[in-house]
Design a protein around this ligand. Structure first.
Ligand SMILES: Cc1ncc(COP(=O)(O)O)c(C=O)c1O
Length: 497
């Protein structure tokens, strides 16, 4: 087991140690005052840690060993699609022509990147069953906002922005959906769920009317179930004059099998950093590309990557666009990774990804069925939700305890307490990149946990036992974050004038 506390980088610091030696300047040195006015310069040295390279490398390597990652073990975090990121994606993203391309480079000197972006847009449109795309949004939630602003621009042009103020979302929706609705200036209207885990059609009929701007839905739902009534859902919303927004974070089980556009959706966002295998989590850059139907194409953020014969350009002449929603053109490195993923797999490979994601989830679901409650006991898509309600009632063991104990077995916990509509929820998404041995080992651990709950609940209630830190005070960590550490309090630079 690693030691419980590691010295901070400041505690490791020794005056005068260095990891790099800079060469002597080969241009004449100029007085500092010529370079930066005195009033803009700090009075004291910034108090940076001083380490030689071996200590520096050891420090960060030791820290990395305390983390969990998909490259270390199974990571069945429901709704997050923590699949393996093929290394070839990294190699292409690191090609100098992509890596060193400056975002202000003139389009005629960036033809390769523009071609890649254009082709990626076309491929995504094909997967979505829609006509046009933007790669600008930086994450799924940002794609949601872009999509709702597009919906709003559409209703505004039709003179209906004043009346269509409501966005319908199901009770089980991901938290970013209601947040996006509010940020886009709309009002959330909650939709009930039927006994099958789908949209309650009677509730939808009662609520879809001339005040409806949009319905936001993910299919499969956050419970991992395919919305069987989707065609009827689309008909009701369109008949009321509203648009349909598809939260594509759950696209992984349907790629190449069915398309949101064919189901009736008008706007789709993709989480390229999930479905199309680029690293995510921990705040790294993502990409929330958005695809739309023909009639919504004029509102896409500008500029749009366009093709003129065999040349590619950035079309900024788009008077009906919602404007720019991000600096430059999106997280280009993520686009290169997603493009590589799609091109290496091809259409058949992409379909196989989805089939295996569904197969793996159903295999695990069958192995755990009976030991845990399955609130919706039907064939799932890429993920499924168990409930620890019975364990809690009988042994006082909660979903949180199950999750913490899994860490002792070397697994990342599944998502817990989401979706909110399921008590003591454990949401498991194995993804397609896991082998059967891994799924079996996880299933065995989950079954052992049920046995332990009966024999020794305290073992679960106090887990994990093998991690460098045990149970953290998560609420306090959020309320009193300590994000900065220095060896000695760093004096603020006083203005010198
Ligand atoms: C269903 C669903 N929608 C939207 C999002 C938001 O995506 P992002 O985290 O990239 O903003 C997520 C993320 O987990 C999700 O699972």
């Amino acid at each position: 087991m690693p030691e419980p506390t590691l010295p901070t980088i400041f505690e490791r610091s020794q005056p005068g140690r260095r990891s790099a030696r800079l060469p002597a300047p080969d241009v004449p040195e100029r007085p500092l005052d010529d370079l930066l006015p005195a009033e803009l310069r700090r009075a004291d040295a910034p108090g940076l840690p001083e380490l030689a390279e071996p200590e520096l490398v050891r420090h960060f390597t030791a820290l990395s060993h305390r983390n969990f990652a998909i490259d270390i073990g199974f990571y069945p975090l429901g709704s997050c699609t923590m699949k393996h990121n093929p290394r070839i994606n990294e190699r292409t993203a690191a090609l100098p022509g992509f890596r060193w391309l400056h975002p202000l480079q003139r389009p005629e000197r960036a033809q390769g990147m523009l071609q890649l972006m254009w082709e990626l847009g076309e491929m995504l449109a094909e997967v979505a069953g829609l006509s046009a795309t933007t790669l600008q949004p930086a994450a799924g939630a940002h794609g949601e906002l872009t999509g709702l602003l597009i919906a709003r621009a559409y209703h505004t042009e039709r003179g209906e922005d004043g009346t269509r103020r409501k966005v319908l979302i199901p009770d089980s929706a991901h938290g970013t959906n209601p947040a996006t609705v509010t940020i886009a200036g709309y009002e959330v209207v909650r939709l009930g769920q039927n006994a099958d885990g789908g949209v309650d059609l009677d509730d939808l009929r009662a609520k879809a009317d001339a005040s409806t701007a949009c319905l936001m839905l993910t299919n499969p739902s956050t419970i991992g179930l395919f919305e069987r009534d989707i065609v009827e859902v689309a008909r009701i919303v369109h008949e009321a004059g509203g648009l349909l927004y598809y939260d594509g974070a759950n696209l992984n089980p349907i790629m190449g099998i069915c398309r949101p556009g064919d189901m009736g959706f008008d706007i789709v966002h993709f989480n390229l950093h999930k479905s199309f295998s680029t690293p995510h989590g921990g705040g790294g850059p993502g990409a929330g590309a958005v695809a739309v139907t023909d009639r919504l194409e004029p509102y896409l953020p500008r500029p749009v990557v366009a093709r003129d014969g065999d040349r590619y350009l950035l079309d900024d002449d788009r008077p009906r666009s919602i404007g720019k929603i991000r600096s430059f053109y999106g997280n280009a490195g993520v686009a290169v990774r997603a493009y590589t993923y799609m091109r290496t797999l091809g259409p058949d490979g992409l379909r196989e990804v989805s089939e295996n994601a569904v197969l793996n989830a159903n295999y695990l679901r069958s192995r755990l069925r009976g030991a845990y409650e399955l609130p919706f006991d039907r064939t799932c898509m890429h993920e499924f939700v168990l409930s620890a309600r019975e364990l809690k009632r009988r042994h006082g063991v909660r979903a949180l305890d199950v999750a913490k104990r899994l860490m002792d077995f070397g697994f990342h916990p599944p998502t817990i307490y989401f979706p909110l509509v399921i008590e003591e929820a454990l949401m498991i998404e194995p993804t397609e990149t896991e082998a059967i041995e891994t799924l079996d080992a996880f299933a065995e651990a989950m079954l052992q946990i049920v046995a332990e709950a009966g024999e020794d609940p305290a073992r679960l209630q106090n887990a994990p036992w093998s991690t460098p830190v045990r149970r953290l005070d998560e609420a306090r960590a959020v309320k009193e974050p300590r994000l900065r550490a220095t060896a000695t309090p760093e004096p603020m630079a006083a203005p010198t004038s």
